[in-house]
Structure formats: C-alpha cells, structure tokens
Design a protein around this ligand. Sequence first.
Ligand code: CA
Length: 228
Amino acid sequence: MGARKVLIVEDEAPIRRMIAFNLTRAGFDVEEAPDCTTARTLIADGRPDLVLVDWMLPDSSGLELMRTLRRDESSRDLPIIMLTARAEERDKLTGLEGGADDYITKPFSARELLARINALLRRASPPDDVVLVAGELCIDTVGCRVRVGDHQVNLGPTEYRLLRFLMQNQERVFTRSQLLDQVWGRNVYIEERTVDVHVRRLRQALEPSGGARYVQTVRGTGYRLSVR
Ligand code: CA
C-alpha cells in the first residue's frame, strides 16, 4: 500500500494547514475538512487510515461526528484522535468514551502529534495476514504467490495488487474510483476505464484454473471479490 492517509477535521485554517504541512512532510497523504459535513463526505469517498478531529466545529461537534462514525459499520474501527483546547480531565473522558482512540490537547508540537499518530497506526493495524484465502483462491503475500487450488497463477504487479486488495476486503463492493484510490493511489490520475482493463486481465489470468468466478462485476456499481 502507498502512503497512509490522514484526514484532518479542523475549522481553524492556520492550525489545519500547520498540521497538514507537518504530516505531508512526514510522508502522509493528507485530506482536510473544515467541518463535519465535509469530513463525512471525504470518509465515504475513500476511507482514511486515521482521522484527527477537532472538538469544536462549525456545523456540529467533533464528538458528534465521532459518534456517528462509530455507529456506522464501515467506520466503526477507524482510528480517531481528538484535538482540542479543552484540557479538563472530564472532557478527556467524554472524548474517550465517545469513541476516540487518543486525545491531544492544544497547543501541541508537530513531533508529539506525529508520535501519537504513529503509535495509534501501529496499534490499529495488526500485521497484514500472510496468507489470504477466498474459496479456492489463495495469496501468499510474503512470496507474492497466487494459487487457485493447486494451480499457480502468474499475475502482473497491478493485477496482483488489485486481487490482494479485493481479497483483503472480500464481499465488499468497490466503485472504480475507490479501486483507483486504493490500488493505484490517490494522487495518480488515471481514467476509470483502466480499472476495467486490469480486472479483465486479472480474470483472464485466473480463468484457466477456474478462479475468475470470484472476481465479480456488480452492475452499475463496480467490482467485488466474493466466494458466493
Ligand atoms: Ca475548532
């Protein structure tokens, strides 16, 4: 996978830009939202790896945003750090009980923020599964080997990444644009049709061993990997 993506939800532009600047310099992909509505849209568009949420926001509170994210299946386990000027113990507890994984009080240094982000990302992402299995499909992600039953399958690098991503997210439907973000990377400009080309190649490679049936087209939406 490419750079980790952090969404900064903060209405105070100077603070938001300062954080964005430091995170970009540290190698993160950064998205910025000045309010909860924008944040929800960005999260629905392409799930970030971590969200920094300010407490006081213009349209709703960061706490409320966090609660709605925790209620939704797709964002229930999203790592969240609350940013706030409220230093009181009681408020920290409210934030943590509301679903924050960590809490950082303004003013904070870039170094402290980065340390918290890295620590949370390490906690939040257990080591990738070494072997992914879906029906007869099997990927050894260490050796980058793909098998269907006993048949070894040779894939190009893009088809491999595409298959691995779909297998890591089995039964979930992805639009072409989501696949571009996740497999090709957000900052790459590629036409959505490119996804179709690589899905076709992937199926062709899997076809002789009977594995193409797992890579399914969902009409009007996109693709999914399913054993059903
Ligand atoms: Ca604020």
